[in-house]
Design a protein around this ligand. Sequence first.
Ligand SMILES: Nc1ncnc2c1ncn2[C@@H]1O[C@H](COP(=O)(O)OP(=O)(O)OP(=O)(O)O)[C@@H](O)[C@H]1O
Ligand SMILES: [Mg+2]
Length: 309
Amino acid sequence: MTTTIPQQPTPASAGPKQALLEASGVIMRFGGLTAVRDVSLTVNGGEIVGLIGPNGAGKTTFFNCLTGLYVPTEGTVSYRGTVLPPKPHLVTQAGIARTFQNIRLFANMTVLENVLVGRHTRTREGLFSAIVRGPGFHRAERASRERAMELLEFTGLAAKADHLARNLPYGEQRKLEIARALASEPGLLLLDEPTAGMNPQETRATEELVFAIRDQGIAVLVIEHDMRFIFNLCDRVAVLVQGEKLVEGSSEVVQNDERVIAAYLGEPFEGTPQSAPEAAPADAPESAPAGAPDDDEAPENDEQQENDK
Ligand SMILES: Nc1ncnc2c1ncn2[C@@H]1O[C@H](COP(=O)(O)OP(=O)(O)OP(=O)(O)O)[C@@H](O)[C@H]1O
Ligand SMILES: [Mg+2]
């Protein structure tokens, strides 16, 4: 895996400490169930922020509110000072990309094609150009392929560019989701359990990958149950319990907070993989509570993989 994304004009880099994402008073109700209760969270440029909490705490629901998959019952989500419309494609266009807890890839497309799909919000060639297939179209297509290959190099998947996505091992499918998200040239990347189903080596490699992404000026908000991963990686961690933000602070503050220990960690974190919470072992690919609905809406396309449940 290389550790730099080659030069690309991105809308990405915000100065350190400049607020990128500002979620304010977000509430999400499903009938009688309030899954997210008045949660406010800021992610600044250059930051890696963690979002942790027990199964069913509302973490994925909160991501869905941030990315326009759900329209929050109350509250606002702003990116770079502008309130985002709750429409996924407009959120992506604004500069926020995400991966899904339940992997969503185009199973019967190649690895490269999956990344190319992620570029569509950044390509200017319209329908007319695609039909006529003039020089502008071919130039744009070539540039997109080059960029997609750079991202596959960056995520360590270049050698598998021509493989079908469904033939990748689980850990590589998660990496491919990250490559596809990066293809939209985001300023903020949201990762929902990026190491679920990975072995310890893959998890460490993902940690390096997230640092490398941040070093390119892309801020990261990450949900994970692997506490070693979270506390190694994050500048700041917010803890959700029953839809409410219980605590927010540095890794050190959070891992020693008695309320967090009582509600989630079970015991003080000791920095070993064994001390991750029992509720969600790092090798459990699906940690949603039994009977929980899918974490978001229907797949974008019939071809998308249903390997998540
Ligand atoms: N579309 C929906 N309709 C009804 N209830 C929902 C919906 N989406 C989520 N919920 C409920 O909201 C609550 C929060 O779920 P969510 O998936 O956000 O939790 P989570 O913190 O991501 O959990 P996990 O760590 O298991 O992924 C759960 O009780 C869940 O059943
Ligand atoms: Mg979740």
